[in-house]
Design a protein around this ligand. Structure first.
Ligand code: NAD
Length: 494
């Protein structure tokens, strides 16, 4: 227990209770603060500064003033700073993992996995920083030499969600800083601490003043709205729900701010009759219950061929049943609390509506009484494809299972959604896997697996799941402008 208490103290000490603007940690200009809760205990963990619109504009001014010098900083220097931040986070990996568990609820083992995953964006983009290139070509008519060069877009504002407090910040900051953009981070109100700790690492390893800024705020729009309308802001990257993303796109349109939008998902998890059932059940558990199901790429709706649906459902329920739900800091916890009372209520409401429609709960299906926002992993069968539990993003540890007979039928179900972020497919036929990959309307598809996210891969969706990609060589393009320079070719004349 003493070891845990000292880890908690060290983790909380990483996050300053202040705003980082122009290289200085300062209080909100109003002096206001707000509480950050531990979802496992409902106790106040820490307080964060509640930024005012003036603070937001001060952060934008700092980012704008630092922009030219940062863009002109040799890419090797930018790369080395990113690498230093990566190394520092590695040294503090246990504290970062614990901080995420404390403010968000995920089990400590998952916090550690997020440190590995999220931090990799800093290392991967430190390696990309020195490989930003244009091209040289000749016009088909031979009269022009075509040169392109890449320039950083400019100051970027990041608005991020609560579910992956470190990775959502690094997935944006890594490529942006590598590209030469200055940044302002605005973490989710309920989980600001990890982003503050990340900003502190950037500050401590020597990013120049104004290059990395962070504002925390309780009521976001009055602060970010004027920033988005300001000509100095050149980029808005948002990860969060589709309705908020749509509202932000409208705001950005009136100032023609470039946007990247990583929005909601409703991933289909399709199991054909020729699948390896052991593997499919294991992958289903992983992709459904990682982060308590609070992941945009979590399997949301399970379509299982009718020949194997009973066995699949029974085995998945048995796996869920064996898991330990509890405080993420405790040894042996598999599933932590849901992030907030509201989120847990929204999950339960969907489950109860499904039960009222005739859905059968094989395991779970109710709120755990007592302190902390716990919800047991749940499997529901006997659902129609139109059930809200199937068609809406659950963002919780609930697996609704629908049966199907044919490939065309399941393709219709999967593509019938407005969103298209991730999808998962289990089959023993390579030909079928490729056929489905060509037709499924998703930005990312995992075949016979439950894990797809990687710093080297392009993460993003189609349809209402958003615009743009994070990760891989595609990710840095979100922060670069392509400038075309035309030279006449004197040998062929003007
Ligand atoms: P959310 O949309 O409620 O909030 C996201 C962020 O936007 C937070 O920082 C919040 O403070 C801020 N915000 C809320 N209203 C705002 C407004 N009017 N103006 C400006 N900012 C505002 O989402 P959430 O509940 O934090 O996260 C869950 C959602 O995020 C899910 O839909 C999930 O699918 C999505 N998500 C998507 C990805 C992806 O990569 N596509 C990754 C993680 C989460």
């Amino acid at each position: 227990m003493t070891t845990t208490n000292s880890l908690i103290e060290r983790a909380l000490a990483l996050a300053p209770s202040a705003l980082l603007i122009n290289g200085e940690w300062r209080a909100s200009s109003s002096g206001a603060q707000f509480d950050v809760l531990n979802p496992a205990t409902e106790e106040v963990l820490a307080t964060a500064a509640d930024a005012t619109p003036e603070d937001g504009m001060a952060a934008l001014a700092a980012a704008s003033e630092a922009q030219d010098a940062w863009a002109a900083t040799p890419s090797r220097v930018r790369a080395e700073l990113l690498r230093a931040a990566f190394d520092r986070i590695n040294e503090l990996s246990e504290e970062f993992a614990a901080l995420m568990t404390l403010e968000m609820g995920k089990p400590l083992a998952e916090g550690r996995a997020e440190v590995t995953y999220g931090n990799e964006f800093l290392r991967w983009y430190s390696e990309e920083a020195v490989r930003i290139n244009g091209r040289y070509a000749s016009s088909p008519e031979g009269n022009l030499r075509i040169l392109t060069l890449k320039r950083p877009v400019g100051p970027a504002l990041f608005i991020t969600p609560w579910n992956f407090p470190l990775a959502m910040a690094t997935r944006k900051a890594g490529p942006a800083l590598a590209a030469g953009c200055t940044v302002i981070l605005k973490p989710a109100t309920i989980t600001p601490l990890t982003t503050l700790a990340f900003a502190k690492v950037c500050h401590d390893v020597g990013f120049p003043p104004g290059v990395v800024n962070v504002i925390t705020v309780q009521d976001t729009r009055p602060v970010t709205g004027p920033m988005i309308q300001d000509r100095r802001l050149r980029k808005l990257s948002f990860t969060g729900s589709t309705p908020v993303g749509m509202a932000l796109m409208k705001e950005a349109a009136s100032n023609v701010v470039r946007t990247s939008m990583e929005l909601g998902g409703c991933a289909p998890f399709i199991v054909f009759e020729d699948a390896d059932l052991d593997l499919a059940v294991k992958a289903a558990r992983l992709t459904k219950l990682r982060n308590m199901g609070e992941a945009c790429n979590a399997a949301n709706r399970f379509y299982v061929h009718e020949d194997i649906a009973d066995e699949f459902s029974r085995r998945l329920a048995a796996e869920f049943d064996a898991l330990t739900v509890g405080n993420g800091m405790a040894d042996g916890t598999d599933i932590g609390p849901i992030v907030s009372a509201e989120q847990r209520y929204a999950i339960d409401e969907l489950v109860q509506a499904a039960v009222a429609e005739g859905g059968e709960v094989l395991t779970g299906g109710k709120i755990d009484e007592g302190k902390g926002f716990f919800y047991r992993p749940t499997v529901v069968t006997g659902l129609s494809p139109e059930s809200k539990l199937v068609t809406e993003e659950i963002f919780g540890p609930v697996a609704p299972i629908v049966t199907f007979q044919t490939e065309e039928e399941v393709l219709g179900y999967a593509n019938g959604s407005d969103v298209g972020l991730a999808g998962y497919l289990h089959t023993g036929s390579m030909e079928r896997a490729l056929r489905m990959a060509e037709k499924l309307e998703v930005g990312m598809l995992g075949i016979n697996s439950g894990t797809i996210s990687n710093a080297a891969a392009p993460f993003g969706g189609v349809k209402h799941s958003g615009i743009g990609r994070e990760g891989g060589p595609e990710g840095i393009e979100e922060y670069l402008e392509t400038i075309y320079v035309g030279f006449p070719n004197p040998h062929t004349g003007l």
